[in-house]
Design a protein around this ligand. Sequence first.
Ligand code: ATP
Ligand code: MG
Length: 721
Amino acid sequence: MYIEIQSLIFAIMDTKDYIDFNSQVKMETGLHERDRAGVQDFVLLENYQSEEAFIGNLKKRFQEDLIYTYIGQVLISVNPYKQLPIYTDDHVKAYRNKHFYEMPPHIFAVTDNAFRSLIEENRGQCVLISGESGSGKTEASKKVLQFIAACSGNQTTVEGVKDKLLKSNPVLEAFGNAKTNRNDNSSRFGKYMDIQFDFKGAPIGGNILNYLLEKSRVVAQMGGERNFHIFYQLLAGADEALLQELRLERALDTYSYLTDGLNGSVTSINDADSFKQVQQALTVIDFSKEEQREIFGIVASILHLGNVGFTEVEGNAKVNSRDLVVTAARLLGVNASELEAALTHRTIDARGDVVTSPLNQELAIYARDALAKAVYDRLFSWLVQRLNISLQAKETRASRNNVMGILDIYGFEIFQKNSFEQFCINFCNEKLQQLFIELTLKSEQDEYRREGIEWIPVEYFDNKVICNLIEEKHKGIISILDEECLRPGEPTDKTFLEKLTQKLAQHHHYVCHEKAPAHIKKIMLRDEFRLVHYAGEVTYSVNGFLDKNNDLLFRDLKETLSKAGNGIVRSCFPEKELRSLKRPETAITQFRASLNNLMDILMCKEPSYIRCIKPNDLQTANVFNDELVLHQVKYLGLMENLRVRRAGFAYRRAYELFLERYKSLSKSTWPNYKGPGGPKAGVQQLVKDLGWDEEKYRVGETKLFIRWPRTLFDTEDAYQE
Ligand code: ATP
Ligand code: MG
């Protein structure tokens, strides 16, 4: 009888309403694409322990341009490498204020969910985006920002803030991104951006933290890769007057720092247009004309410096192109003779004993490159600081919790050759995995506790042991590296490796050449060590570890720069740094401190996870490489994530929603449940009438927990009939 009434309702709806209602209903359970394009939520996958089934589902959906899939609340996103019409204003509207499972998976759903939790429950949020290079992290972070900007407040002041937040992207990308062999627009730094909201949910400010810029790129690039975008943008986009002022030629091959890798333009990039956008963005973010002039002056000075060559006379380096030093010096606002001397000499101040000695050619080149790298790196950090001043909330009405963070940071890296940089990046990923364990597994358990549901905790690999191996005080790799860097005598990469092996050979996650099993020994060199990361094994070459960790810029150069007429340069090399008697912190120690700070920031927020996957190595649409995807699924820990999610209760639904949807399946609940105890009692009655086995579900405080998706399928099928 109740089914008949339902048909009657449909009969009196007009056809369009019926279709909308029907598709809405189908969307709600995530079942409407079950046959056509896999499952929308992996917890619904029957064969959930099979990697093949997992990849199969992703692939089936990818082929239908359905790039998003959930594992519970975690969003998996496969880079489509083509513009899909799924980010329009209509999509923003459709996803705004909807329950998470009401709509097909989408990054807007995740953002909306987080945003509502922020506004309605006053809980600080963070969106954590991870994945390998080219998987779509930065694009994802822009979609999050787009959604927030589109659906939050529209007063003029707020529009100003949004504009600045959005415009910070082209600036940071110009200076921090580059064409690599994996991604034409690869971020070469990590980024965490906080957006602050007022109590009504309007954005009022923001703050950006930057991590570890790959500054070695300034002076050298691999084949097929480019330097940071800004160099090419400046040369292609600056007008004649600016070029003249900076003494620049348009031809890229004039500049030695640009000729290492790919010496030319990239089809997907229009450097001249981008330069205009950067200039415009800088203006919107209130950079003065003078500041802009100084910024481009610094960029140009680096190009000139790169062309400064040296000859060696009796072991002493001599600059052989003084005019270039003069130009660079003018742009930096330093004395040319002083710069020349600083490039070819080194002063050591050993407890008041000041000794200046000339550099040979090799060391002079080293000093020149160190200068270029340091100036660029500090310019980048200065830009971020300066952006932050512009983004600072004018009003202080924002509560501390009204913050949404977006983290777009390098994913786990395993290359043919892995060095100090990969070590830092992979360490960062270990820390993020720790956070994932803390926040998701913990929150899962918290929910069961809150709802009063008994459950047996599931086994998972806790990577704390690897974090400790790397960062434990006095014993970890970082401590050993720092000790070696600071040790008097002649520490080298080789002595560092010896120390590592001496102290860590017994550790289960450290593999040295001597003790490696035969098949590993075959692929390892003597100057390498291997770490068993949570995401896989990585062999690191120790070459350059000490040098990169010391990150030495000779004192003479620092001193010259601290007096620079270019205000930005001067503030980047403060005099107090010279006067400080403390040894500057090593690169890895600074990195560890900034990571720990990040962990503190993230730990007190509610996380949303976006796991990005790259479907192929060709940066092309419609190609899905199973093997490549499987590799990523493994090291993103997605199978384990799913296992944990499935071990508990795959589906949970608030009583009101469940009852509203399925009340027609029982006489006691149709058209409304009238008994005592409200929706909770109604649902209990309903599932009893449906004959559900007790094992299949649990009754929580506010939600019904369903163990197997099959149960829901069957109920849904009954409903559809
Ligand atoms: P990296 O770690 O190198 O910075 P990434 O994960 O940030 O990589 P993105 O720069 O976001 O990768 O994406 C690489 C390219 O893939 C983009 O330039 C764009 O062409 C394409 N892409 C990524 N996501 C999408 C999307 N949702 N829709 C269309 N194209 C996309
Ligand atoms: Mg990126």
